[in-house]
Design a protein around this ligand. Structure first.
Ligand SMILES: [Zn+2]
Length: 157
């Protein structure tokens, strides 16, 4: 849905973080915003999730979009997600904390576990949103206040 609308509007995805942007500003404004904390990286499933996190007002780092989540039933393996790009960004951009803002369902948990495992050898701290988010839902369905509490109360993954 989101991708279809993006194509229609002449919008594309940022080559670095995967957020919606335009061809004229790639990397996007969030990636090039020097007032943001580049050592803090928020990992989301879809570009639309970035809008939700932004509306919470609790996060001033940068983003990385996976393009989905791991799902054996839908044949979504790690190679179909932007996980390799995430690892290279963590190594290349001096990231100190990766905040996983993923769905609270089984696939989201599996994805978080996989990423924590892949990043285990890095010096980076991996955190997840605190509970308080509705179970079995994506973060796009959270209201800004709930999401803000989940970000502030994040815990180590
Ligand atoms: Zn970007």
């Amino acid at each position: 849905m989101a991708a279809l609308k993006a194509a229609h509007d002449g919008v594309r995805c940022c080559s670095r973080c995967g957020a919606f942007t335009t061809a004229e500003s790639d990397p996007c404004e969030t990636c090039t915003d020097e007032t943001r904390d580049g050592s803090l990286l928020c990992v989301v499933e879809d570009p639309a999730d970035i809008v939700s996190v932004e509306s919470s007002g609790a996060f001033r780092g940068r983003y990385h979009t996976l393009g989905g989540k791991l799902s054996p039933t839908r044949h979504m393996g790690p190679e179909k997600l932007r996980i390799a790009q995430l690892v290279s960004r963590v190594k290349g951009e001096g990231v100190r904390e990766v905040l996983l803002a993923l769905s609270t369902d089984m696939d989201g948990d599996a994805t978080a576990g996989y990423i924590a495992e892949v990043l285990r050898d890095s010096e980076v701290k991996v955190t997840r949103l605190a509970f308080g988010l509705p179970a079995d839902s994506g973060i796009a369905y959270s209201d800004p206040l709930t999401l803000k509490r989940a970000i502030v109360g994040r815990r180590e993954a």
